[in-house]
Design a protein around this ligand. Sequence first.
Ligand code: GRG
Length: 276
Amino acid sequence: MDRLLPSVTDEPHIIHEAMRYSALDSGKRLRPILTLSACEAVGGAVEAAVPSACAIECIHTFSLIHDDLPCMDDDDYRRGRPSLHRAYDEAIALLAGDALFALAFQLICETKGVGEDVLLQVCRVISEATGTGGMVGGQVLDMLLEGEEVTLEQVQEIHRLKTGALIKASVVVGGLIGGASDSQMRALNGYGSNIGLAFQIADDILDLIGDQEKLGKPVGSDIKHKKATYPSVIGIDESARIASEAVAAAISAIENFDERADPLRHIARFVVERES
Ligand code: GRG
């Protein structure tokens, strides 16, 4: 990421500083690690997946910056320090997000050693997961249903779009670049959907009972914003049970993969065991 992001010495300095402030801080890098691990799991050259992995992290960072803005969740802290609009201002935060989104597709297009047909598919998968059929659509549903009485199906749909789609895309992109066969791709799709679900349920639970210090942001934000979450609809215990089932389903989806898929197996367990 450090190598691929524009330098702070490039003009206009402030926007490059702002992009680096958010993109190079203490995030877990779950999505890019998934891309590299999925590529490795199908026997691909991991190095070839690095630009796309970084592109996905840029888009994820973009979503966090915009999510924290006053017109969205209005959060002052992210990853243990002031959110970008607090460290700079709203206009710079908006533009840094936009610039990270543009950079993401530039990184993919400039990838060396991967066929253009594959890069086109990578762009399609990532743009679908980011737009109204993915993250943006999920965020809009989330906003529309704030404060409403929601069903489990509605929460599932919000999670699938808002968080699950980009996590699944991260896995699929690794498979595409690694040259996955059709059956490997089906397995990766199953793995990706299930860990996307498990990840968001764990996120909902952490927002209720997590440690603020470890999370790097205030807990209780979902209750404050009257968000539709798994625990608010079915309680913490049942939510945790569904998350564990999803982890088991993710690991079972890739049961025919050899030991090169062990990182994917470890990540599946990590998404529900994590504390941040
Ligand atoms: C088009 C990019 C884009 C977005 C605009 C604001 C918005 C629409 C969507 C919000 C999507 C969003 C922020 C979903 C929450 C996902 C989530 C649980 C983020 C936390 O992910 P972690 O824990 O974070 O992986 P770190 O900090 O570790 O990277």
